[in-house]
Design a protein around this ligand. Structure first.
Ligand SMILES: *Cc1c(COP(=O)(O)O)cnc(C)c1O
Length: 449
């Protein structure tokens, strides 16, 4: 009778007793799970005909690596060297120090979230943020919810239920993650009334559906993640506002990114203040060009905002206290003229980026010969479409191997491969991250023969 091939498997106890695991300082549960993972892999290999089993200390080392991975949280800090400042897959905007501290404070203790300290009674949850938003945008009223998708839903549900809402065919956009303007409108109970063509919509197109009674409201959506070029025409907010006034219907706007004031955005990029001066309500994201936490911000006329806040959906879509703390701090940064991290990244001049890339290349060259190269980045997050941001990166190779190695580090480093090189764009590196990259490449070199 043939010997059971699985008999050669090391025992769990033996693996757990090996120094690699026993002295690892990792939680016992993670050690066991790591050992299990390695044994399971081995069983599969044996069943597939493998006869050469690695030695115990090698297996123990593999088990430790697996245990380390299992002990780490799933949501982890990563180094964004993609050059995309608002990377939706990487959490969009990194918070400012002030915002991060506000979050930590609100998280660790109790707070006056809904308590008026002066009056000694229940207070408004979003009051402080509303005041700051009014101050910054000049709007009469303001409110904030969970994200901009929620803001659009609330705006339409509360202000245009059962009404026909006119929107240009050029603005029926999909934002990503299957958030499509027509679908959200359907959910809100508003009726979509498409006007114009994909590339051209005129004021008379909107007027026709108001005149016929098909539509009782106007919606303008900023096509934030794409650009229609060539033979195009759309109607400016000012003109829509005049039309809305004439027909006594509300004008609602989804601005998407929500840039405040003058900034490193193109001249013709609409700001919140510009649209808020004309619209009944403008909504935008907290974590795009504002550079704050995930949030949906609504600003506009006092009466319209009061109706939004009174809608039952407002409670369902409300902002949690940590995001609220971060949003208030982010708005304070804006008020005080302090550039939040994403804004600072978008504002950095190419020559400063070049210097930063050259310094990084010098730091890394002892471990992996590399050079600073010019590259093109983008703002990301569905903002500033078609705007190339000239940037600088360090170019490394072998690209594929290094990309996988850096992505697998305890603090993963994410770049992008371009023309056979791994590019680490310096625009999106935060203070201290150069050293993380340096240590990673030192480890890379250490593993080479
Ligand atoms: C990004 C975007 C949204 C969705 O905003 P989130 O904050 O991601 O929910 C909605 N509308 C427009 C025009 C956008 O650009």
């Amino acid at each position: 009778m043939a010997e059971n091939p699985l008999a050669g498997l090391p025992r769990m106890d033996a693996l757990l007793a090996s120094p690699a695991l026993a002295d690892s300082g990792l939680p016992r549960s993670a050690q066991k799970a790591g050992a299990n993972r390695v044994l399971e892999r081995l069983r599969r290999a044996i069943r597939a005909g493998e006869t050469q089993l690695p030695q115990l200390h090698v297996l123990a080392q593999q088990a430790r690596q697996a245990a380390e991975e299992l002990a780490r949280p799933g949501l982890r800090r990563v180094v964004n060297a993609t050059g995309v400042a608002l990377h939706t897959n990487l959490g969009r905007a990194p918070l400012s120090r002030r915002a991060a501290e506000a979050v930590a404070q609100a998280a660790e203790g109790y707070s006056n979230l809904e308590y008026d300290l002066a009056a000694g009674k229940r207070g408004s949850r979003t009051g402080r943020v509303e005041e700051l938003l009014q101050e910054l945008t000049g709007a009469e009223g303001a409110f904030a919810v969970n994200n901009n998708a929620a803001a659009v839903l609330l705006m339409l549900s509360a202000l245009t239920p059962g009404m026909g809402v006119a929107i240009s065919r050029g603005e029926l956009v999909e934002i990503g993650g299957s958030f499509r303007v027509p679908d959200v409108m359907a959910r809100s109970g508003a009726r979509l009334v498409e006007v114009g063509a994909t590339n051209k919509t005129r004021l008379s197109d909107y007027e026709a559906v108001l005149k016929s009674g098909e539509a009782q409201a106007l919606l303008k959506v900023h096509p934030s993640n794409f650009k229609v070029v060539g033979f195009t025409q759309s109607v400016a907010v000012e003109e829509l506002a005049a039309l809305a006034e004439r027909y006594q219907v509300p004008l609602l706007c989804d601005l998407g990114s929500g840039a405040l004031g003058p900034g490193p955005w193109p001249q013709d990029y609409p700001t919140v203040e510009q649209w808020a001066a004309y619209a009944d309500v403008v909504c935008f994201s907290g974590d795009k060009l504002l550079g704050g936490p995930q949030a949906g911000i609504l600003v506009g006329r006092g009466e319209a905002i009061r109706r939004l806040k009174a809608d039952p959906l407002a409670r369902a879509l409300r902002l949690d206290k940590l995001s609220l703390a971060a949003l208030e701090a982010t708005l304070l940064d804006w008020r005080d003229g302090v550039a939040v991290p994403t804004r600072a990244m978008l504002e950095t001049r190419p020559r400063d980026l070049r210097q930063k890339a050259e310094r990084l290349a010098a730091l890394l060259t002892p471990f992996c010969p590399c050079e600073a190269v010019m590259t093109a980045g983008e703002a990301g997050g569905g903002t500033l479409p078609g705007e190339e941001l000239p940037s600088w990166a360090v170019a490394l190779d072998p690209a594929e191997e290094l990309e996988a190695f850096l992505r697998g580090r305890p603090t993963p480093i994410l770049g992008r491969i371009h023309r056979g090189k791994l590019l680490l764009d310096v625009r999106t590196l935060l203070p201290g991250e150069e050293d993380i990259i340096r240590s990673a490449l030192a480890a890379w070199k250490g593993e080479r023969p």
